[in-house]
Design a protein around this ligand. Structure first.
Ligand SMILES: *[C@@H]1O[C@H](CO)[C@@H](O)[C@H](O)[C@H]1NC(C)=O
Ligand SMILES: *[C@@H]1O[C@H](CO)[C@@H](O)[C@H](O)[C@H]1NC(C)=O
Ligand SMILES: *[C@@H]1O[C@H](CO)[C@@H](O)[C@H](O)[C@H]1NC(C)=O
Ligand SMILES: *[C@@H]1O[C@H](CO)[C@@H](O)[C@H](O)[C@H]1NC(C)=O
Ligand SMILES: *[C@@H]1O[C@H](CO)[C@@H](O)[C@H](O)[C@H]1NC(C)=O
Length: 559
């Protein structure tokens, strides 16, 4: 079978989305604590010069090219008499407590030095030794017990990893005056503002990645190099961002400030405005009460969930023309405090999360190209005729757990949603399945309402519906119009449509009527049905012929 072009395109766009997610990290699932920049084993290309094999410590493996690998061999002491030809030394995952100048000062060729996950303390590390390693490029000291960083590291340094120690102090020449330095990892330490030198990266003008998450910083460090590409400062105690702190960071693409104590008072309309390359900004889990003004124009992804945001001014977002994802869930937004022009001109914004707020209506002026709109867990009690009328491109609308009632839902409210695929109205107060739902729906969930009727025609024309969840309502067989389920038989899944659903969405054709008041198995089930849920009804007998019309059935739940 030739794959239809359409499906391949869709598959590609899924891949592309995945790429965006990875690039900006932990997009829609901020709960999962992403492991931040796990230290990579960098394979340093080593020029092959034929020479005698070097002397190899017991239990280790060595090559003629100067690679000594003693990783995880239970060393408690630094191996003695290492060859001064050593270029790569792997000592990670041991129990080394002490390194003296004498141990390392002769290793003039050393380029990669891996000491991760040992028992090194500041007292046990005679750090003067590092100064002499004039080729040292990669230094891995994560997962030790250091309380102070080495005072001086050599100018050849390219990458340094000190994550997960107990560092309280960094010195001017720890990371300063390192023209080749590109990445520094300092997350999970005990750094305070006072423990940092004034100009920590003085004359280190190539730094691209800096992680200082999970420390005790209250102020964003000053004088960061303008080459910085990614900056992690989450899980600190940041209260304010001093004026100008980010002014020079015109190359910064990703800025992570979540889980701090930032409030609107701690920033102003110029705080972020010079970050002209910034694409990803995470301000979630702070203490913002308003969407800040002066956001940088090239943002693609903006996390502001879990603050106390009460309002969105008219001019806060309109300049952010490239915004694609806006995450505002778990705030205190009310519909009337979202300026009607707040989303104007955001032509690329396709994903908007506003769940767990205090919305009493669908906000006015929603972004016109939105594809995914998450409005669940608010207090929306009505949907007017035109509330959704401009959302032509919407494919997913989640209105579950609001306060919708059948009488306050305009029967034409959904008329313009011609490409809507997924609609969730669960957990509301509907007593009848709404008429006029989009024919494009593939998934319709209306569980946990008070549905006691499916009026004539409510499911007419729903040719694409594959999953219909009506569980936990008060449906009786005679309150469902004759032939309702047969309408769904149009979902005779065939050809490429089937291919698409299998591959991309993994839905089966499902009808869930559990937790209702049905007295019999419905007689007119669609032929294509695969899963039927009927548990917790009042069904007492199952006639032999009940499933004759449903040859594809894979699961029936009747408990
Ligand atoms: C940065 O380094 C230069 C020397 O290269 C020195 O003159 C200057 O005082 C240093 N600045 C700070 C703030 O430490
Ligand atoms: C920005 O860069 C300029 C010029 O290099 C420098 O004078 C200024 O102090 C820098 N500002 C910050 C906040 O780092
Ligand atoms: C949050 O910000 C408000 C002012 O907007 C302030 O009164 C309050 O103390 C802040 N809370 C925390 C935990 O910083
Ligand atoms: C910030 O606000 C001031 C005064 O309200 C204004 O002059 C300035 O242009 C604003 N800057 C930005 C980047 O919006
Ligand atoms: C609506 O959102 C809730 C919470 O994320 C989710 O559990 C539910 O599956 C969504 N509905 C649909 C139909 O995707």
């Amino acid at each position: 079978m030739a794959f239809p072009k359409h499906s391949i395109l869709q598959a590609l766009s899924v891949l592309l989305l995945a790429w965006v997610l990875v690039r900006c990290q932990a997009l829609v699932k901020p709960e999962e604590e992403e492991e931040e920049e796990p230290t990579k084993e960098v394979d340093v290309a080593i020029a092959v010069t034929k020479s005698e094999p070097i002397k190899c410590p017991p239990d280790c493996s060595c090559t003629a090219e100067g690679v000594i690998d003693c990783a995880g061999v239970d060393l408690t002491e630094f191996p003695a008499d290492l060859s001064d030809k050593t270029r790569q030394l792997s000592l990670q995952n041991n129990k080394i407590e002490e390194i003296t100048v004498e141990h390392i000062s002769h290793l003039h060729q050393l380029e990669t030095f891996n000491l991760q996950n040992n028992w090194l303390t500041t007292d046990g590390l005679e750090d003067e030794g590092f100064e002499m390693l004039e080729h040292l490029a990669y230094l891995y000291l994560a997962n030790n017990k250091l309380t102070y960083a080495p005072k001086v590291l050599p100018p050849s340094l390219v990458s340094a990893d000190f994550a997960a120690n107990q560092l309280t102090r960094i010195y001017p020449y720890t990371f300063g005056h390192k023209p080749k330095l590109r990445s520094v990892y300092l997350h999970n330490n005990k750094l305070t503002d006072a423990g940092l030198p004034d100009n920590m990266f003085n004359a280190s003008d190539n730094l691209e990645i800096l992680t200082m998450s999970s420390n005790f910083l209250r102020v964003v460090p000053k004088n960061l190099p303008s080459t910085l590409y990614r900056l992690h400062l989450k899980n600190n105690k940041l209260e304010k961002i001093p004026a100008g702190a980010f002014d020079n960071l015109s190359n910064l693409r990703e800025l992570y400030l979540q889980n701090n104590l930032l409030s609107n008072e701690g920033m102003n309309n110029e705080t972020f405005s010079h970050l002209s390359s910034l694409e990803c900004l995470d301000l979630s889990n702070n203490n913002l009460s308003v969407v800040p003004k002066g956001l940088p124009r090239n943002l693609v992804l903006l996390h502001m969930e879990k603050n106390s945001i009460q309002s969105i001014p008219g001019d806060a977002l309109t300049s952010v023309r490239n915004l694609e994802y806006l995450l505002l869930h778990n705030n205190k937004l009310r519909s009337r405090s979202i300026h009607p022009a707040a989303f104007q001109g955001l032509k690329k914004l396709h994903t908007l999360h506003m769940y767990n707020n205090l919305l009493e209506r669908v906000p006015r002026g929603l972004p016109r190209r939105a594809k995914t709109l998450m409005l669940l867990h608010n207090s929306i009690s009505e949907i007017g005729r035109n509330d959704l009328a401009l959302l032509y491109t919407l494919t997913e609308l989640n209105l579950s757990y609001n306060k919708l009632t059948s009488s306050k839902m305009h029967r034409e409210a959904f008329r313009k949603l011609r490409v809507l695929k997924t609609l969730d109205l669960s957990g509301n107060g509907l007593y009848t399945l709404p008429l006029g739902l989009p024919r494009s729906l593939q998934v319709l969930e209306v569980k946990n309402n008070q549905l006691n009727s499916i009026p004539d025609g409510a499911l007419t024309g729903m040719e694409k519906l594959q999953k219909l969840i009506l569980s936990d309502n008060q449906l009786k067989l005679n309150s469902i119009y004759q032939g309702a389920w047969m309408e769904l038989s149009a979902l005779t899944v065939s050809g490429w449509q089937r291919y698409e659903s299998d591959v991309l969405e993994l839905w089966s054709t499902t009808l869930d009527l559990s937790g209702n008041q049905l007295s019999h198995i419905p007689s007119d089930l669609p032929e294509s049905l695969e899963y039927l849920y009927l548990q917790s009804n009042r069904i007492s007998s199952v006639p032999a012929s009940a499933f004759e019309g449903t040859p594809n059935i894979k699961g029936i739940f009747l408990r």
